[in-house]
Design a protein around this ligand. Structure first.
Ligand code: HAM
Length: 417
């Protein structure tokens, strides 16, 4: 009987160099989050189920079908986080941060969990890097946030991305739109999937977010959110568009873009990769001016986005990886202590190195150095030990020098130059 364990479907082990690629994407995002003066928050992976139900919405795909929910031994319903915004807002209120300074700029990165059908670009555990700007209603914040997203995407670099934006209004104007949408959907009900038929009554806006081809075709002429915005929402949206134009950022106004989570209001946006198939949203976000209020706080406008790290990884080439600068070869038992000291010197000097402790012979250590694509080897035998030097050899051309121990960092630098 085979008693080896296997990972759960949709939960992946990620090895080098793929892990290095994901790390590079996250590092790039974090670099720009910092430049834009966002500060990191780390929130738990597990939260009370109700936190997500109330913010994301009961009749959304995430809450209806995709949450990993269980009862703990105390009978409390808990869920693995499917996204990061709800936790950020919970933390904002729980720690009374709104009272100290309502304007906060936060970023986060880490795994999210959704029980979706795994396919290319869709996993059950996936990684997001995201940011949230709380406390400011000015549409120029929307412009700045969309520009931040665009800067990260371009720095990676990901090409062939379309920025889609829309405005879905506010509690003032959305009910009027929903009424018109509902009666329109009633006329095309028979062409909709079963989920969407049900949603005409429970959450009609979600019908526009359905990814099924039949529903997309059937709703092609649905009324547009932007035709029903109130004066304030309309002015807000116009300023966002003018601000993006002013930055020469090209975007599409997409009347179908309503997002799959209920907490949004006004500006919503998505970055899509045109040739990435069905799972083509690599980054998405929007305003959620009423979520803090919904959680019991005072009115606090907010906006943010999250990017799907694996989806972006699928669009970029593997960054080139290099072997260590030096592979250290201790030829005798006695030279191992010195090998360690030289390794420490190199690492302190910012040089990557590897030690040959696992191998027994010069030949096997040279083979290992080659396999690791090491730039050079530092050989330490009895002479080197006695006389305080190492033999440094560049592997590309065999160039070899005796280097005094204390000079090793500079010597590696000069043979690499
Ligand atoms: P979201 O659209 O649900 O928004 O997810 C953001 C991004 O996460 C998606 O565009 C996609 O790239 C990635 N993603 C989502 N599901 C999966 C999956 N199953 N597998 C791989 N990647 C996935 C949010 O999560 C909001 N919290 C964003 C936000 C922040 N809005 C305001 N602030």
């Amino acid at each position: 009987m085979d008693n080896r364990f296997q990972s759960i479907r949709g939960f992946n082990d990620i090895f080098f160099p793929e892990s290095y690629k994901l790390q590079s994407i996250e590092d790039t995002a974090v670099r720009y989050f910092n430049l834009y003066n966002f500060r990191e928050i780390r929130t738990p992976l597990l939260e009370k189920t109700d936190l997500f139900v109330r913010s994301i919405g009961t009749s959304t795909d995430i809450v209806e079908k995709e949450m990993y929910t269980f009862e703990d031994s105390g009978g409390e319903s808990l869920s693995l986080r499917p996204e990061g915004t709800a936790s950020a807002v919970r933390a904002y209120l729980e720690h009374s941060i709104d009272k100290q300074d309502p304007v906060q700029k936060w970023f986060y990165r880490g795994p999210m969990f959704r029980h979706e059908r795994p396919q290319k670009g869709r996993f059950r555990q996936f990684y997001q890097a995201g940011c949230e700007s709380l406390g400011i209603a000015d549409p120029f914040i929307d412009v700045e946030i969309i520009k931040l997203a665009d800067t990260i995407i371009n720095a990676l670099p990901v090409r062939g991305i379309t920025i889609r934006i829309n405005s879905i209004g506010c509690p003032e104007c959305r009910p009027g739109y929903i009424k018109v949408l509902k009666s329109y959907l009633g006329t095309i009900k028979e062409s909709l999937c079963d989920d969407c038929k049900r949603r005409i009554d429970t959450n009609p806006l979600r019908v526009l977010d359905c990814k099924k081809q039949g529903c997309i075709a059937a709703t092609a002429n649905a009324p547009k959110t932007t035709d029903y915005l109130c004066g304030d929402c309309s002015a807000h949206f116009n300023t966002v568009k003018t601000g993006l134009d002013g930055l020469r950022l090209s975007f599409l106004t997409d009347p179908r873009l309503v997002r799959g989570l209920d907490y949004y209001s006004r500006t919503v946006f998505e970055f899509t990769a045109e040739d990435a198939g069905a799972q083509n949203a690599v980054l998405a976000g929007g305003r959620y001016d009423y979520l803090v209020e919904l959680f019991g706080g005072t009115h606090t406008p907010a906006i943010g986005f999250a990017m799907g790290i694996e989806r972006i990884a699928g669009l970029i080439d593997m960054p080139s990886t290099q072997g260590p600068d030096v592979f250290i070869i201790p030829l005798t038992e006695e030279s191992k202590q010195k090998a360690l000291a030289i390794a420490l010197l190199l690492r302190r000097g910012g040089r990557t190195c590897e030690t040959g402790f696992g191998e027994k012979t010069l030949k096997s250590m040279m083979r290992r150095a080659d396999k690791l694509q090491s730039f050079s080897v530092a050989i330490i035998g009895n002479d080197e030990l006695k006389e305080g030097y190492v033999t440094l050899k560049r592997l590309s051309d065999g160039h070899q020098e005796k280097i005094k121990d204390a000079d090793i960092v500079n010597a590696v630098q000069s043979i690499k130059a």
